[in-house]
Design a protein around this ligand. Structure first.
Ligand code: FAD
Ligand code: NAP
Length: 416
């Protein structure tokens, strides 16, 4: 076994990187393949891959320009001595501003006694140019109203409560804020405030038995735009835009799971619910079940906005169905009709059959959005136990949360 880790990642490259969406999609979901080369890295289905990204060069350049810093100067960070440029590119999350930085404005604004740029006040008074697509997560709300042109009062309004800071930060990064308040920091001051760059985890979408020497991911690229500047997610943009298939190095490590695993007994049936990028581990599960053989039936619930543009891995899914490996495939295309159809609606429609599978000892897996989807699916499972298991609400909740999830460990989640 290898000892690659977040602190000591294996430097590899991406061999395939393509968009899974059809033309006209509102999303950019990619299939990304990494070579494992001589790393000795191994993985099982259900594991996640850790990826170490860097900040986009245009953000680093703009930050240096706004602050008037010398990119060549030598600085010391938690990763040792390096040029300021490298420190900003690799050591800190400079693409999204944080609360600590906003709180630091109070001192900067008072001590400099400066006046906020009038053009920016005019713009922000009309509320910021929220221009991410309607399909991306909406901001919690737009900017708190500005009480006056006095920067100290403005900082006071922004930092007055957690929600106001969150609202403010949603549409601004460091560059926007530094410009808005015309504040200057030394690199050392900035390093004290900015968050250290962290790796991102991705559910592995391949079985190592089916793809020896490679690891594959299904990645939703995060892109948005505010104040006339294209912005987005650190790691997803790094993989899509900067690395792509250029052969440039990118650091990875394995994050093994103890719980999100296939049943040891290959004759046990499994139900997999994975809308959107949640399909990732279930592509891996299906590849593994096909490789391993065994008599367990597989039922996949998948969905996303539209069948035309989001039917990820269509050919593979159809070949599993044709080959008799995927016993049931149930889809929920949310925007192909007037009313939203989500996976939990499909689960309830098939409640009687799902209950039969549960009674026969089937495992239930869910992957994808933690905030809304996983909670709604959880409630749907309790409802199925009430409707088809004849249980009271308390008993149904106990069965789903205690019996299936904790005791029998056959309701397993990989949600984010
Ligand atoms: C165990 C696990 C498995 C995962 N598996 C997968 C997977 O298989 N596929 C996958 O795609 N992801 C997966 N993720 C999520 C992944 O780790 C990253 O969180 C995701 O890719 C975003 O990373 P990023 O660096 O691109 O974005 P970040 O730089 O982390 O930025 C994301 C942040 O940007 C902000 N933001 C987003 N949209 C907007 C907007 N419109 N306006 C303003 N701000 C906005 C939000 O604060 C959001 O939290 C998984 C996570 C975990 C924990
Ligand atoms: N900007 C961002 O940061 C950003 C953008 C996209 C996704 N994400 C996050 O990335 C993860 C995966 O995103 P993804 O693009 O793969 O898929 P996703 O956004 O989770 O969407 C997949 C499908 O789930 C549907 N859906 C929405 N709300 C649901 C609910 N309450 N219950 C069940 N289904 C629901 C969506 O429908 P509709 O879209 O038609 O409602 C869509 O059909 C999630 O954690 C998501 O929150 C972040």
């Amino acid at each position: 076994m290898s000892d690659w880790s977040a602190k000591n990642p294996y430097m590899t490259h991406i061999t395939e990187n393509y968009i899974l969406n059809g033309e006209g999609s509102r999303k950019e979901t990619r299939h990304i393949v990494f070579e494992l080369g001589d790393s000795g890295l191994d993985y099982k289905v259900g594991d996640a891959l850790g990826v170490l990204a860097e900040n986009p060069p245009h953000i680093v350049d703009e930050l240096i320009a706004v602050q008037g810093w010398d990119p060549e100067m030598t600085v010391t960070t938690h990763n040792g001595e390096r040029s300021l440029y490298d420190a900003l590119k690799k050591d800190f999350e400079v693409h999204l501003a944080n609360k600590k930085f906003v709180q630091s404005l109070a001192e900067k604004v008072v001590s400099s006694g400066m006046k906020i740029s009038m053009s920016i006040v005019a713009r922000t008074r009309n509320e910021s140019s929220w221009s991410a697509t309607e399909d991306q997560q909406a901001p919690p709300s737009l900017r708190p109203s500005m009480p006056s042109d006095d920067p100290a009062a403005q900082v006071e309004a922004i930092t007055s409560d957690t929600k106001a800071i969150e609202d403010y930060l949603w549409t601004r990064d460091y560059i926007d804020i530094m410009r808005e308040f015309d504040v200057k920091y030394t690199p050392e001051e900035f390093f004290e405030l900015a968050a250290r760059l962290k790796p991102r985890l991705y559910s592995i979408a391949s079985s190592h038995d089916a793809h020896p020497g490679f690891v594959e991911l299904t990645v939703g690229i995060v892109r948005f735009e505010y104040n006339g500047r294209a912005r987005g997610g650190l790691c997803t943009q790094f993989m899509a835009d900067e690395i792509d298939t250029s052969g440039a190095p990118i650091g990875v490590f394995m994050s093994p799971t103890k719980s999100f695993v296939l049943p040891e007994d290959k004759d046990i049936d499994i139900i997999m619910v994975g809308p959107g990028t949640g399909i990732a581990p279930f592509r891996a599960f299906m590849e593994q079940r096909v490789h391993d053989g065994g008599g367990g039936k597989n039922w996949l619930f998948f969905g996303d906005q539209s069948e035309k543009t989001e039917f990820y891995y269509k050919d593979e899914i159809e070949s599993w169905i044709d080959g008799g490996h995927l016993y049931r495939f149930t889809t929920a295309w949310s925007r192909d009709q007037e009313e939203k159809i989500y996976v939990q609606h499909r689960l309830k429609e098939h409640g009687a059959e799902i209950w039969e599978w549960f009674e026969r000892g089937a495992y239930f897996y869910i992957c994808g959005d933690k905030t809304y989807m996983a909670k709604d699916v959880h409630r749907a499972l309790i409802q199925i136990a009430i409707d088809h298991g004849g249980m009271s609400e308390d008993d149904a909740t106990h069965f789903i949360e205690k019996t299936m999830m904790r005791e029998e460990k056959r309701y397993l989640r990989d949600v984010y």
